[in-house]
Ligand binder design. Structure first.
Ligand code: FAD
Length: 438
């Protein structure tokens, strides 16, 4: 169903807005195909949007905005192969418990579950774990609605080039209608979280990421404190206990969200107190140990709004990048109440994955949404550039086609697939043109 509206769309971070000429919320795939064919015939651009959790304008359009609110749920299951087919508009917070009922799970997840599966894979959403990959690497097949309304199915065997390009497709090839996911048996995670010193953490980071299934670190700028999370897969029947509900509520709701919002509002008002507040925040996050279902450990509520830039750098560059960033922060008049997050993933074969043929460390800089970044994003981007940093497609960056071609060996192959699938550039936008060069 399409409705011409004078509607202003805003992303989660509040830093991107657009005014689509039309919003289409198709009730099924046939209605989506009709919308595409009509828009194509009229020469109006089309952009699918997920949950709007990208910080870049990658989901913005002044043409037809397609929302897949009605294309949700698991549509088929192959229990023997542990594969499920999922409608692309399914939010991860719906998908994860539905997989659990089937005795299945995604091998890895990021730290929230608000994204749609179509949106999460389109920008290369990832979690942490050197022996794991981003969510798009778990995709074993896709169905894409093309500009003329035709449907194209791809996998490693059928249309392998489209499969190489479309798993992290930036919404630039078509509207993904279904995603086939290679799952693993449902598993639990034993989580151990503790505070450590930044110098010690960087000295042992290589052994740490080798020694644990998922390592996630939060360094509080203006301090030397790091909250380290060691998460290890322990199978479905591990007897360890989940956090008692009062502790989960205290840590994840009150401290990580309500109290942290107060800290950030105070930081906005009195930026000079940020170093002292950062010490306090780092101290409130005390050690804890628990075991729970994988998706419950990976994902937490994030209600404090922020802006984020994240770069993937080769694994060995994490120490030099964090050291350079720390030295820039310490020598500039900048206040950063949010932690810098460090994560790690193994290489994959997805053309536009930040981990394409490379083991990565991810360094993510955040700033509270009401505060100026004080130049830290530009400084961090320059540091990452010295280490062949590949930007997260959904997080702030300024790179365009010229530099992206140097960073992604399959850049021109992606463009060739796009020329074939979308010769009339129905799925383009100003941002996509900047990224892809036309
Ligand atoms: C609080 C927060 C936490 C986050 N945590 C993580 C994290 O842990 N790890 C990580 O890697 N990233 C993380 N992100 C980034 C986020 O995962 C990505 O930006 C993701 O793309 C957002 O998904 P979405 O459904 O909101 O998609 P949107 O942001 O709405 O869209 C993203 C892209 O997907 C395209 N798209 C959406 N649906 C389709 C479809 N059906 N077919 C074709 N293209 C489509 C859009 O056109 C657009 O190009 C986080 C973001 C926020 C705000």
């Amino acid at each position: 169903m399409s409705s011409p509206t004078a509607h202003t769309w805003t992303n989660w971070g509040g830093n991107q807005t657009c005014r689509p000429a039309e919003v289409a919320v198709p009730r099924d795939v046939d209605e989506l195909r009709a919308t595409l064919a009509r828009s194509h015939a009229r020469g109006i651009p089309v952009k699918a949007v997920g949950s709007g959790h990208s910080f870049t304008p990658v989901a913005a359009t002044d043409g037809v905005q397609v929302r897949l609110d009605h294309l949700t749920g698991i549509t088929s299951v192959d229990p023997a192969a542990r594969r499920v087919t999922v409608a692309a508009g399914t939010p991860l917070h719906v998908l994860n418990p539905a997989l659990q009922v089937l005795g299945l799970a995604l091998p890895n997840l990021g730290d929230i579950d608000q994204q749609t599966i179509g949106g999460a894979i389109a920008t290369g959403t990832h979690g942490s774990g050197l022996r794991r990959q981003g969510i798009a690497a778990a995709v074993s097949g896709l169905t894409i609605a093309l500009a003329d309304g035709g449907l194209l199915r791809c996998s490693a065997d059928t249309e392998p080039d489209v499969f190489g390009a479309a798993r992290v497709g930036l919404g630039a090839l078509g509207v993904v209608t279904e995603v086939e996911l290679q799952c693993v048996p449902a598993f639990r995670i034993h989580a151990r979280e503790f505070s450590a010193d930044l110098t010690d953490v960087l000295a042992t980071v290589a052994a740490d990421v080798e020694g644990h299934d998922h390592v996630d670190m939060h360094w509080f700028p203006h301090t030397t404190r790091v909250l380290v999370k060691h998460n290890d897969d322990v199978g479905p029947d591990h007897a360890g206990r989940a956090l008692p509900p009062w502790r989960a509520r205290l840590d994840d709701d009150l401290l990580a969200n309500d109290f942290f919002e107060v800290v950030n509002r105070a930081s906005t008002r009195w930026p000079r107190i940020v170093p002292r507040l950062a010490q306090l925040t780092a101290r409130t996050l005390s050690a804890r140990e628990f075991t729970d279902d994988s998706w419950k450990v990976f994902c937490s509520p994030r209600r404090v709004r922020f802006r984020e830039m994240e770069y993937a750098v080769p694994l060995g560059s994490v120490g030099p990048v964090v050291t350079a960033l720390r030295s820039w922060i310490d020598s500039h008049d900048v206040s950063l109440p949010f932690p810098v997050e460090l994560r790690f993933t193994g290489a994959d074969d997805v053309w536009f994955s930040t981990a394409y043929e490379r083991d990565n460390a991810y360094v993510a800089v955040h700033q509270y949404h009401r505060m100026d970044d004080g130049g830290v994003f530009a400084a961090f981007e320059a540091i990452a550039a010295e280490h062949a940093g590949r930007p997260h497609w959904g997080k702030l960056h300024t790179l365009g086609a010229e530099r992206l071609r140097e960073l992604y060996p399959r850049f021109d192959d992606f463009r060739m697939v796009r020329d074939r699938l979308d010769p009339d550039r129905t799925f383009t936008s100003e941002h996509v043109r900047h990224l892809l060069g036309d």
